[in-house]
Design a protein around this ligand. Structure first.
Ligand SMILES: Cc1cc2nc3c(=O)[nH]c(=O)nc-3n(C[C@H](O)[C@H](O)[C@H](O)COP(=O)(O)OP(=O)(O)OC[C@H]3O[C@@H](n4cnc5c(N)ncnc54)[C@H](O)[C@@H]3O)c2cc1C
Length: 420
């Protein structure tokens, strides 16, 4: 591929991750930064999240999604960062040649460093294998959110929600506020995968029942959905005969998981983690391919955008150091998941680096009054007790710089339970 343009840092995606990375790199003095975004406007998924609850950690304020995004869009504009919208990135090569297309045609750009910030997409019905007809009226919760909040369409009037992830919970409330009757939120697991505050504010406050350890076992309807049958499941997640409940409904919303958008990363030869479905990265957010960084939901599915921004600022700083040739060679120490922990990011850290390190992970189950412990070899370096660790909330263990400087053996993160 022959490049028609060269930039120091190219960022794929102008969601909160891409914007934060661009801001950090520019604040570090990198002039030549280009952000490519396939949508017409920057802001990512936050544009359709018109509910509040964003920015509590970062701004100490309760903002809506668009308000949160606008702060970074304004800052990026103030810093003169170039954001090219309506531009889809088609490929990224291991040597950082980026091809993209927009109304002006096809272009290849050579980048000193690339930051992958493509976000994630929703798991569709096809991935579930639920029996029944292929009628209309089945939407992913995020698609329904886009219809209602951005385009002014109501997907239906009598709604069942499968999955209790945050998008499903938020949509239970949104559909109710818009005049629909939400009959049930049905969750396969014995616990919700959403934030506790969303269960309280989106289900309990509106008397919407949450059926834990239940699933949809049949979808009915000829052209339009007319009903679903739900049943309780056993420990092996198999439906228990005799527990069926039928709901007459015209809409089924699916909130059954998010998948990081890593097709471009794979094309670049980036090694992915089977646990997070995102890139394996160092504490500098650098992937297995030198000069290619990843942050935000494309790296691992976050619960709060504040964590996304924090992580992405680091990616921006690290990419800036990379293009300046300031990245020292370090020996890497692996980070492993111990008991009760799944998919810790980063997967490796620099030995002897004197920066604070955030270890982020999802607990593999619900642990009450448990303690999270980080060990370096056999040496305990950090512990934190919490009333609850649950898969719906990302846990962050921050190792202080003075402790990070002493790390000299593989790290293990685990949850020690006293009662679960
Ligand atoms: C329904 C919902 C409710 C939420 N509620 C909350 C909440 O209450 N509080 C909270 O803190 N967080 C919440 N979040 C989480 C938060 O919105 C996300 O963590 C955050 O938006 C992720 O940022 P991101 O930049 O990684 O991804 P995104 O926001 O998804 O941005 C990725 C961007 O990359 C672009 N892109 C992808 N591929 C390409 C390509 N090939 N070429 C060009 N551009 C590309 C996309 O168009 C998109 O704009 C919620 C999320 C959802 C979906």
């Amino acid at each position: 591929m022959e490049a028609t343009r060269k930039v120091d840092i190219l960022i794929v995606g102008a969601g909160p991750a891409g914007l934060a990375a661009a801001i950090a790199a520019r604040e570090d003095g990198i002039e030549s930064i280009l952000v490519l975004e396939r949508e017409h406007n920057p802001g990512g998924i936050l544009r359709q999240c018109i509910h509040n609850g964003f920015g509590l950690h970062r701004f100490k304020e309760e903002l809506t999604g668009p308000e949160y995004a606008q702060r970074d869009i304004d800052r990026a504009r103030e810093l003169g960062i170039e954001i090219q919208t309506d531009t889809t990135v088609l490929s990224v090569s291991h040597d950082r040649m980026v091809s993209c297309i927009n109304r002006n045609g096809y272009q290849v750009i050579e980048a000193g460093a690339v930051i992958l910030a493509m976000g994630c997409r929703e798991r569709p019905r096809g991935a579930l294998g639920t029996p029944g007809t292929r009628c209309a009226g089945i939407y992913s919760a995020g698609t329904a959110q886009k219809f209602v909040n951005l385009e002014g369409y109501m997907p239906g009037k009598r709604v069942v929600i499968l999955g209790s992830g945050d998008i499903g919970l938020i949509m239970a409330r949104r559909m109710t506020l818009q005049g629909a009757k939400v009959l049930a939120c049905v969750e396969l697991m014995p616990y919700s995968s959403g934030l506790n505050r969303n269960i309280v504010q989106c289900l309990n406050d509106y008397n919407i029942p949450l059926y834990l350890s239940h699933t949809v076992i049949n979808i009915e309807g000829r052209e339009r959905l007319s009903g679903v049958t739900v049943a309780k499941v056993d420990e092996k997640r198999m439906p228990i005969p005799g527990t069926e409940i039928h709901f007459d409904c015209d809409t089924l919303l699916l909130s059954v998981g998010l998948i990081p958008e890593n097709e471009l990363s794979q094309g670049a030869g980036v090694k992915l983690s089977p646990l997070t479905s995102g890139a394996e990265v160092s504490d500098l957010l650098e992937t297995s391919v030198p000069g290619i960084f990843a942050c935000g939901n494309v790296l691992h599915v976050h619960d709060l955008v504040d964590h996304v921004s924090n992580e992405s600022f680091k990616a921006g700083h690290a990419a800036a150091a990379y293009v300046r040739g300031e990245t020292a060679a370090y020996e890497m120490l692996p980070v492993k998941d111990g008991e009760g922990v799944r998919g810790t990011v980063p997967q490796r850290i620099r030995k002897g680096a004197q920066d604070a390190i955030d270890l982020m992970f999802r607990p593999s189950g619900v642990f009450r009054n448990a303690t999270c412990v980080v060990r370096c070899g056999d040496r305990e370096v950090l512990r934190r007790k919490a009333p609850i660790y649950t898969p719906g909330e990302m846990a962050v263990m921050t190792i202080k710089p003075e402790v990070a400087a002493t790390l000299d053996a593989p790290l293990t993160v685990s949850i020690e339970r006293s009662d679960s």
